[in-house]
Design a binder for this molecule. Structure first.
Ligand code: SF4
Ligand code: FES
Length: 244
């Protein structure tokens, strides 16, 4: 292996703030099949120096847990939204040994690879998706799968319906609302699902299901929410004929 092949070039999109111009900087790290993209960012940030030898400010990115539970380290790695702490660096290097890092594209930028995921919390609140209830035996398996969601926002980044100016609340909040309805069915929550930005805005591309790093059964949650909303709609038309 040549010296160049023993190293990976990390190409990072840098922006000093939301309104700053983007620039690209390259950094070198030793190729090591055991390290993740998050590890590589930590190594670079110990003494951030570009390939040209220029000393630069540390790369801003969100790291909450170093284990895939907080969802904070979601970023675009080689063009795909992935969790930095769960992605092996070696596995995502291209044939030239380059790994490109960019922030998630659909969220307000704070700096470099760090974006504001605040809409996740407000989306969950909008869907009345936060409940404090004990799962029953019939739903425990499904609820445990839905509960793997870390609010990383990768499903929103992958969804073609989540875009500037669109009202769609996104798959994670709908899955959380569905989860909440499993333990504590609420007509108010189902009414929220039926408003603009709710389940009707899902285009069923299923990109979210493929993108979710935790394997949350978003297809089941979206289909279940669609059933809940349809039943509620029919109940409005024929209150005596349609029961839950
Ligand atoms: S459903 Fe999956 S991709 Fe979406 S926020 Fe939760 S963990 Fe992330
Ligand atoms: S740092 Fe928490 S999920 Fe990656």
């Amino acid at each position: 292996m040549t010296a160049a092949a023993q190293r990976i070039t990390i190409r990072v999109q840098r922006r000093a703030g939301p309104d700053a111009a983007a620039e690209w900087q390259n950094f070198l790290v030793e190729r090591d099949e055991a390290i993740t993209v998050a590890d590589a960012l930590d190594v670079i940030n110990r003494e951030p120096r570009t390939v040209q030898g220029e000393s630069v400010p540390p790369i801003a990115w969100a790291s909450g847990c170093t284990f895939p539970t907080c969802g904070g380290c979601a970023m675009r790695i080689g063009g795909r939204a992935l969790l930095a702490c769960k992605t092996r660096l070696d596995a995502v290097a291209d044939r030239r040994g380059v790994v490109t890092l960019e922030p998630l594209a659909k969220f307000p930028l704070r700096r470099d690879l760090w974006v504001d995921l605040g809409r996740m919390r407000s989306d969950f609140e909008r869907m009345r998706a936060v409940v404090d209830a004990v799962p029953n035996a019939a739903t425990i398996v499904l609820r445990s799968a839905l509960g793997r969601c870390t609010s990383c926002a990768i499903c929103l980044d992958a969804c073609p319906e989540v875009r500037a100016g669109a009202a769609f609340v996104g798959p994670a909040a709908i899955a959380a609302a569905y989860d909440a309805n499993l333990v504590e069915p609420s007509s108010e929550r189902i009414a929220m699902l039926m408003l603009k930005g709710g389940i009707d805005d899902c285009g069923q591309a299923q990109n979210c299901l493929a993108a979710c790093p935790e394997g949350v059964p978003l297809d089941e949650a979206l289909a279940g929410s669609f059933r809940d909303a349809t039943r509620a709609f029919l109940r409005r038309l024929w209150p005596r004929r349609v029961t839950r």
